[in-house]
Design a protein around this ligand. Structure first.
Ligand code: ADP
Length: 511
């Protein structure tokens, strides 16, 4: 088990970086949302650019048997010994995943919870993820160039690196970047978690990880990381405000000089209408007939009529966690208006019981026009992207959002709220020129959403105009290459900043 060694400090050489990532989910192994897509794709993109990436994540039940345990870490937490096996999977040259094997913590149904309830020991489960990642790094022969921690589940990595691991030789001078994929999830636990996880008491402070007398993993990460990124430039600005800062806007404002928004890419090999195995017929912008086939199959799959007249009717798709963040409260409020639109709906998702029930009830009341599938179904998600005409994302807030990018790539026109990454990826169709890639609405109101949908449906009736919008969307480059290069730039900035800070600390010698 080795990573490339970092270039000699101060050499200025543009040499490949060795990146140690820590995250709680990654495709194709375990996924609950966009985080998995990002952590699945970013390492591959970095490896393609010539860098070396090791991802550390838990071996959940979903991951299955990925190989034998070849090394064990013995962690000591509050007098308790936790043994963690390491299972290494070489994904590609310069790209590997190290799974943490610990059945007592990870071998169960659901990543973070089950049947609507969080696992009660999540502080321990993700405390161990962070501790094990630091310990794994400490035992490497050579230092990584940088550590990249994702979301609250990896939020203790910066804290541990600057405290308990500060003197470990491999960790000396290694900077850490934290990426916030969603500020609404912070990993908030009771104060006695400090003991359970053997955290140094000094960090239980207002400028550490203490938050109203609780332990906040994400706050700790923000305060101890050398740089903080989030997944779109607009969201990076929004989280500095009280409205969108989820109680951490003050902390983020203090660290704003270290905060940067880097737009996510999408995995264009997985999300490609020309090769997608979940579509009945592949298609490209030059010939969209396959999209019509996908629509027919999709209507069938939802038990909606699929005769020629029905295929002509505009079809609005949604694939989403059914929670307030994704605008489900707006949909609840607007449901009568939505049902009054000249369109059909296909919806896939899970989440809050009342929203699941709402969609079930709408499907029962409008069996010819509304199909709802409550569950998580990757294959159906692809078919909806391919077969729908419009894709609705009325998010209250949206750090980046991936589905709108998938939609555009599949010639499915997004109708989205103007927030976060949706603003940075969808260009509103200009009423005069017809130029644009989708329809945005600003106020978080049912009427604004319905107005945007009506404009989109009016455009749909004009074949030439609609085709132009579809083509413009399909032409966009959302591939990871640009984002991965931006991350590399950010890593190099952070490494350089830390090198200069280290040199300043070491001067005058002997102090
Ligand atoms: P978030 O991470 O906030 O849920 P994103 O748009 O960033 O939202 O990413 C969501 C990802 O999860 C997308 O790949 C989407 O297709 C997928 N997804 C969400 N719900 C489902 C579902 N019920 N079935 C299949 N895929 C889903």
């Amino acid at each position: 088990m080795s990573v490339l060694s970092a270039p000699p400090p101060g050499s200025g050489a543009v040499s490949p970086l060795s990146i140690l990532m820590v995250a709680s989910e990654a495709t194709p192994y375990a996924k609950t949302g966009g985080l998995a897509d990002v952590v699945g794709a970013l390492p591959s993109a970095l490896a393609r650019l010539g860098h070396d990436v090791t991802l550390v994540m838990p071996r959940y039940r979903d991951v299955g048997n990925v190989g034998p345990v070849r090394q064990r870490l013995h962690l000591s937490l509050d007098g308790r010994r936790v043994d963690v096996g390491l299972v290494e999977v070489q994904v590609a040259e310069h790209h590997r995943v190290v799974f943490l094997d610990c059945d007592a913590l990870y071998d169960r149904d659901g990543l973070y919870g089950h049947a609507g309830t969080d696992h009660p020991d999540n502080a321990l489960r993700y405390g161990v993820l962070c501790r094990a990642a630091c310990e794994y790094g400490a035992q490497l022969d050579s230092s990584p160039s940088i550590v990249h921690a994702h979301d609250w589940q990896a939020g203790l990595v910066p804290v541990l690196l600057r405290t308990q691991y500060a003197t470990a030789p491999t960790w000396r001078g290694v900077p850490v970047v934290l990426t916030i994929h969603n500020l609404a999830y912070q990993g908030l636990f009771p104060a006695d978690t400090m003991d359970t996880l053997d955290l140094p008491p000094s960090v239980f402070s207002i400028d550490g990880l203490e938050y109203w007398n609780q332990v906040n993993f994400l706050k700790g990460g923000i305060n101890f990381a050398d740089a903080v990124t989030t997944v779109s430039p607009t969201y990076a600005r929004q989280i500095l405000t009280a409205d969108d800062g989820e109680g951490l806007d003050g902390v983020l404002r203090q660290r704003r000089h270290l905060l940067r928004g880097i737009l996510n890419g999408i995995d264009t090999s997985v999300w490609d209408p020309q090769t997608d195995p979940f579509l009945p017929v592949p298609y490209a912008a030059s010939d969209l007939r396959g999209k019509r086939d996908a629509k027919r199959v999709l209507l069938d799959r939802f038990g909606l009529p699929s005769d020629d007249d029905s295929v002509e009717r505009p079809l609005i798709g949604m694939v989403s966690r059914m929670v307030d963040q994704k605008g489900l409260d707006l949909i609840l409020e607007a449901r009568n208006g939505l049902m009054g639109l000249p369109a059909s709906f296909v919806v896939l998702g899970t989440g809050d019981r009342r929203y699941e029930e709402m969609w079930r009830a709408l499907a029962a009341a409008h069996p010819e026009r509304v199909g709802a599938r409550i569950g998580f179904d990757e294959e159906l998600a692809h078919l909806i992207e391919g077969g729908a005409d419009l894709f609705l994302m009325p998010s209250r807030f949206e750090p980046c959002g991936l589905n709108q990018m998938y939609s555009m790539r599949y010639g499915t026109v997004p109708v989205v709220r103007a927030t976060g990454g949706l603003v940075d990826t969808v260009r509103h169709v200009d009423a005069a020129t017809g130029d644009g890639t989708g329809f945005l609405f600003e106020p978080y109101t049912a009427s604004a959403m319905l107005t945007a949908l009506r404009s989109a449906l009016a455009a749909f009736l004009d074949r030439a105009r609609w085709a132009a919008i579809q083509h413009e969307g399909m032409r966009q480059d959302f591939s990871w290459t640009v984002s991965a290069e931006t991350y590399v730039q950010e890593y190099r900035n952070v490494i350089e900043r830390r090198r200069i800070a280290g040199a300043a600390r070491a001067y005058p010698p002997g102090e």
